[in-house]
Design a protein around this ligand. Structure first.
Ligand code: PMP
Length: 405
C-alpha cells in the first residue's frame, strides 16, 4: 500500500496556510475543517438558503433535498439500516441528553441500574445522573486496569447485576485508548442491556458499523470529524428511538396540536424539534464525502507512526509521566511533568505556538481515580506531521527545563 501523503492532505486545510507557525495538537477538542466543508457550508448559504420541510417554493425543496441527502450520507457512514435512524442534534452532548432523558421517561423504572465506566466524559455521566436521583435509578461504574483500560473482568461481574442500560465511550477522550466495543456490546446484550456507545472520539478514528456492532445507540459530533460545530448525530435502532420521549418539543416534531393534546410526527422528525442546523448537516456530509476519498488504514498507520515517534521522544525527556498506553491508542496522549501543574506546562507550550489542552478534559471521575490533578493532552490528527511531533517534543523539553530550573 502506498504511504499516506500527509502534505497533500494538509493542503486541504486553509488554516495551515494562514497559520503556518502553529502546531495544532488539540484535535480531540475539535478538528480543523478542510476547504470542501467550508465550501459546502458557504454554498448552502449563498445558493440554497431556505428552511427545510415546510416551504412551498423550490428553494426550500432544494434545501430539504440537501438536508435529507446529508442524513443519507451519515446513515451510510455508520451503516445504519435506514436513514430514519439518524437524528441530527447539536452534538454528542445533546444526543446523550436526549437518550438519557428519553429512556428515563419510558424504559427505566425505580431500582433499575445503568452501567458506565470510570473513564467517561461528563457528557456520558451527568445526563444520566440528572435523572437517576429523581427516578430512583442506580449508576454502577466499571473500574480500570493498571494500564488504565476498562477492566473487562469487573465489567462482566457488573453485568451480572442486569443493568437496563450500558453506556461507554468508543475511545477515551483523555487517554486515547480504544475500547473493545464489539466485545463490550455483545456481553452487554447477552446480559439483556440496552447499549449506548459514545463515539465522539471513535467516529473519526474508524468508520463505525452500527449494524455489525449491533449497538442500540451510537452518538458523535460533527466538529470532531472535520465537520462544522453545532451538528451532531444520534444513531438509534428504530425500536429504541420510538421509545424515546423527546427532550425538545415544538415545530416539525408534531403531527397535530390542540390545547388539549398533541400527536407526534414519525421518525426522525419526532426527535428534531424546531429548525435544524441545515448548513451544519450539509457540512458534515461534505466532511464525510471528503474523508472517504482517503484510505482509513493509511491514515491510521500515519497516526501510529506519529505516536511511535512521540512516545520515543517523550521517553528521552526526564520528568515526564505518561498516562496513556502506546498501544490500542487512537492518537491521544495524556502526560504530566512530575510535580508541575499541567496548566503551566500547556502555557509554556502555547508560548512556543504548540496548541494542546490541559486540565481534566471533562472527565473528573477519571482524574480522581488516577489521583492526578489533571494532565496535558496532545491529540494528533491525520494532518499532523513528524515536524509537529518534533516541535512539540522540543517545546516540552524546554518547558521541563524552565519548570525544573
Ligand atoms: N464524549 C467524548 C468522549 C468527547 O470527547 C466529547 C467532546 N470532548 C463529548 C462526548 C462531547 O462532545 P460535544 O462537546 O461535541 O457535544
Amino acid at each position: 500500500m502506498p504511504a499516506f501523503d500527509v502534505q497533500q492532505f494538509r493542503q486541504q486545510f486553509a488554516f495551515f496556510q494562514q497559520q503556518p507557525d502553529w502546531v495544532y495538537l488539540d484535535n480531540a477538542a475539535t478538528m480543523h475543517k478542510p476547504q470542501a466543508v467550508i465550501d459546502a457550508v458557504t454554498q448552502f448559504y449563498q445558493r440554497h438558503n431556505s428552511n427545510v420541510h415546510r416551504g412551498a417554493h423550490q428553494l426550500s425543496q432544494q434545501a430539504t433535498m440537501l438536508f435529507e441527502q446529508a442524513r443519507t450520507s451519515v446513515a451510510a457512514y455508520v451503516n445504519a439500516a435506514h436513514s430514519d435512524e439518524i437524528i441530527f442534534t447539536s452534538g454528542a452532548t445533546a444526543a446523550l441528553n436526549q437518550i438519557a432523558f428519553g429512556l428515563m421517561h419510558t424504559v427505566l423504572k425505580p431500582g433499575d441500574r445503568i452501567l458506565l465506566t470510570q473513564l467517561e466524559h461528563h457528557a456520558n455521566i451527568v445526563p444520566w445522573q440528572l435523572h437517576c436521583q429523581r427516578h430512583g435509578v442506580i449508576i454502577d461504574v466499571v473500574p480500570l486496569t493498571p494500564q488504565h483500560t476498562v477492566d473487562l473482568v469487573a465489567y462482566q461481574k457488573l453485568l451480572a447485576l442486569k443493568p437496563k442500560v450500558v453506556s461507554f465511550s468508543h475511545i477515551s477522550n483523555v487517554l486515547g485508548h480504544i475500547q473493545p466495543v464489539a466485545q463490550m456490546v455483545a456481553q452487554a446484550k447477552a446480559a439483556g442491556a440496552i447499549t449506548m456507545i459514545d463515539g465522539a472520539q471513535g467516529a473519526v478514528y474508524q468508520q463505525p458499523d452500527v449494524q455489525q456492532l449491533d449497538c442500540d445507540f451510537y452518538v458523535f459530533s460533527g466538529h470532531k470529524l472535520y465537520g462544522p460545530t453545532g451538528i451532531g448525530v444520534l444513531y438509534g435502532k428504530t425500536q429504541w428511538l420510538e421509545q424515546l420521549t423527546p427532550v425538545f418539543a415544538g415545530g416539525e416534531m408534531i403531527d397535530t396540536v390542540s390545547f388539549v393534546n398533541t400527536t407526534f410526527n414519525k421518525l426522525p422528525f419526532r426527535l428534531e424539534a424546531g429548525t435544524p442546523n441545515i448548513a451544519g448537516a450539509i457540512g458534515l456530509s461534505a466532511a464525510i464525502s471528503w474523508l472517504q476519498k482517503y484510505n482509513t488504514e493509511q491514515i491510521q498507520q500515519h497516526k501510529s507512526l506519529l505516536l511511535k515517534e512521540f512516545y520515543s521522544g517523550l521517553q528521552a525527556i526526564k520528568a515526564i509521566d505518561i498516562l496513556s498506553m502506546p498501544v490500542h491508542n487512537a492518537g491521544i496522549v495524556a502526560l504530566n511533568v512530575a510535580g508541575e501543574h499541567p496548566a503551566d506546562v500547556a502555557e509554556l507550550l502555547n508560548q512556543q505556538q504548540v496548541a494542546v489542552r490541559s486540565g481534566q478534559h471533562c472527565a473528573m471521575p477519571l482524574f480522581s481515580y488516577l489521583a492526578q490533578q489533571g494532565a496535558v493532552r496532545c491529540s494528533f490528527a491525520a494532518y499532523n506531521t513528524l515536524d509537529d511531533v518534533n516541535r512539540c517534543l522540543l517545546a516540552l523539553e524546554q518547558a521541563v527545563e524552565i519548570l525544573t530550573a
